[in-house]
Design a protein around this ligand. Sequence first.
Ligand SMILES: [Zn+2]
Length: 389
Amino acid sequence: MTKMRQGKLAGTSANHEIRFSNLIESADELIASPGTDEYLAPGFIDVQVNGFAGVDYNDPAASAEEIGRSLRVMFSTGVTRCFPTVITGPSEIMAGALRNMAKAKRSFESAGMAEGTAIEAFHVEGPHISPDDGPRGAHPKGSVRPPDIEEFKRWQEAADGLVRLVTVSPEWPQAPAYVEAVTRTGVVVSVGHTKATSEQIRAAVDAGATMSTHLGNGAHATLHKTNNYIWDQIAEERLSPSFILDGIHIPAPFFRSAVRAKGVAHSVLVTDAVMPAMCKPGYYQLGIEEVELKADNRVVLRNQDRLAGSSLRMDRGVGNAVRMGRISLLEALAMATVNPARVCRVAGRQRGLTPGEKADLVRFRWDEAANELTVVETIVAGSTVYSAE
Ligand SMILES: [Zn+2]
């Protein structure tokens, strides 16, 4: 059955009507129709989310009920598809977390629930990253290990083949062969949590790496001013970076500079949210590590000052992108929708609001003075999964 929604499209002042079933059927400008204050955009895609609303996706024992609840909270932030992200941990815990999330997806799908559709794929961040303090970030040092294609195969077996993004450090001698083997299977390889040299980064990119994970983070606190792995990644036009825009992880001038160098079309917003996102301050888990959500929204390792993911929500991330990047709403929306779809190969989501694309939509109000986006309705594959009304 065809449904329809009206709203403005960012970048135009005209009112549009989108007609859709599970796919978009048409997106026409309405000539003689009263305007609306509401906007329509493709639903947000978050390719790095470790947990949400009190649920840790790294916990192999997280229940499908709890995972489903966390996704419904995520829907209220405009996210329609996500890549639950499993970070560095003991091999059996990482595979267990992937197996558990894949099982939850299957159970949602067999019940006809949109929560199954919303789990688009998985991101495995680590354990093949830098063991060094700084680049390693909050990942547990004892579980860092060199790239191993056999372990990648075990993840895919556990995850029903749904691992689509892998973050790896090119500093390991095994990295080029690993990157080549992984990308040959159609999986996106991202450079991150690294202290790699220029040559090592180039070798990983030549082998097929196409992305930089949360550029500017997972790095030493101090670096050589002009010769370092951040500049190397900015200079490498074959790498599309993701950014955590909570206003804590990177300062606005860094974001602005990186986006100007890379171009908006190559830039991706992620939340890197962890279990306490949208919860009260206190202690929570991130895999095998205990983390604390502080009153100022920072998430740190317990009793340390080291950032351990974020409490960011994507609706705020989009607003922050406009403010921090001094970019348009249209550009910020692209960074949360078609750009991640292209960079991380989300089928049916790469062309925006055009006929034939999946009907993942977000309807929202936009406060231009405050750069604040308020979600009114979220639609996944044609079904309303959140409504503020
Ligand atoms: Zn990270």
